[in-house]
Design a protein around this ligand. Structure first.
Ligand code: ATP
Ligand code: MG
Length: 294
């Protein structure tokens, strides 16, 4: 089958963020794919391969896979998660959406709540938002940082640099414990966000999705763009790459995410556990018992 699929993920993978510019990725990119139909065909192929890989991941029970999703509002995080994971066994998949931290969570270091939600071995864990909010919304809104009640001596101008270092160290630790991490930034243009917000206002079935808070964050677009750019620059690595996925066409971003997930799973060389001699005997004995039932 075509490894053609991977060509929709590779160009967007950042393993070394040095000098990364958000401008280098066009949110409207489709890599020459013109029709949604062709993309959907490829997405279906990707999902079939993912389903096959997930069974092995689960049976083998060694690796865990952590997929992190970050984006501006209306970029299509929820839809991407829903489409890309359609078909995978729900028992092998855990999704967690990170909201503003609770009082209990604020009483801990910021990675605490994320570490309690990590996927178990054999599972795919999805973070819908994540500890990266700590260098995004928290960076854009200084009062949020103040609410974290850190000892003042630790809140210096280097705090973001320290957070990147700590996040990199955390991801390095997880990688060395068998958690394969892939991070997706759904890269939406400001114009397309406006179009989607207007759609939410105009179409009654989409009204529920509109939030004035989201519209307020839009006013800080440039600050977020800067925070995302820095985040990608300083937290991309070979073991935990960012994918900067063009998101103006939902059909394209879903395909790119699926391609990256398939590539990740296939790179783990997953296989069903081998049946050794003792186990073969055990299976044989069980068969004899079953067949001997009257
Ligand atoms: P949707 O709106 O599609 O349901 P969402 O991810 O936008 O999904 P919301 O409940 O609207 O969910 O928003 C969650 C909010 O929580 C976001 O504004 C996000 O910035 C905020 N948040 C997440 N983590 C943190 C954090 N560590 N500190 C402060 N705010 C955070
Ligand atoms: Mg929201």
């Amino acid at each position: 089958m075509s490894d053609d699929l991977f060509r929709y993920a590779k160009p967007f993978r950042v393993t070394d963020g040095k000098g990364f510019r958000l401008k280098s990725v066009d949110p409207g990119e489709t890599l020459g794919l013109e029709s949604k139909k062709r993309a959907e065909k490829l997405l279906a192929e990707g999902i079939a391969r993912m389903v096959d890989q997930q069974e092995k991941l689960y049976a083998q029970d060694r690796w865990a896979v952590l997929l992190v999703f970050q984006a501006m509002d209306a970029a299509g995080k929820d839809g991407a998660i829903k489409h890309v994971m359609s078909g995978v066994n729900p028992q092998g998949c855990q999704v967690h959406s990170f909201k503003a931290p609770s009082a209990e969570e604020l009483d801990h270091d910021y990675l605490w709540r994320a570490s309690t939600r990590l996927p178990e071995r054999g599972r795919i864990g999805i973070f819908n938002r994540s500890y990266y909010e700590e260098v995004l919304v928290v960076r854009v809104h200084p009062p949020i940082l103040a609410s974290q009640r850190l000892p003042p001596a630790l809140v210096t101008k280097d705090i973001w640099k320290h957070r990147y270092e700590d996040i990199n160290a955390f991801e390095h630790y997880l990688s060395r414990n068998g958690v394969a991490i892939r991070k997706f930034f759904l890269h939406l243009s400001k114009e397309e966000q406006k179009r989607r917000f207007l759609e939410r206002l105009e179409e009654p079935e989409k009204n529920w999705k509109f939030s004035s808070a989201d519209a307020k964050e839009r006013a800080r677009w440039d600050d977020y763009a800067e925070a995302y750019e820095q985040m990608i620059r300083y937290t991309s690595s070979e073991e935990a790459p960012w994918y900067v996925v063009p998101a103006d066409h939902k059909w394209f971003s879903r395909l790119a995410v699926a391609a990256a997930v398939v590539e990740t799973l296939e790179s783990l060389k997953l296989a069903f556990p081998k049946v050794d001699g003792a186990r073969k005997k055990e299976l044989e004995a069980a068969r004899t018992v079953l067949e001997g039932e009257s």
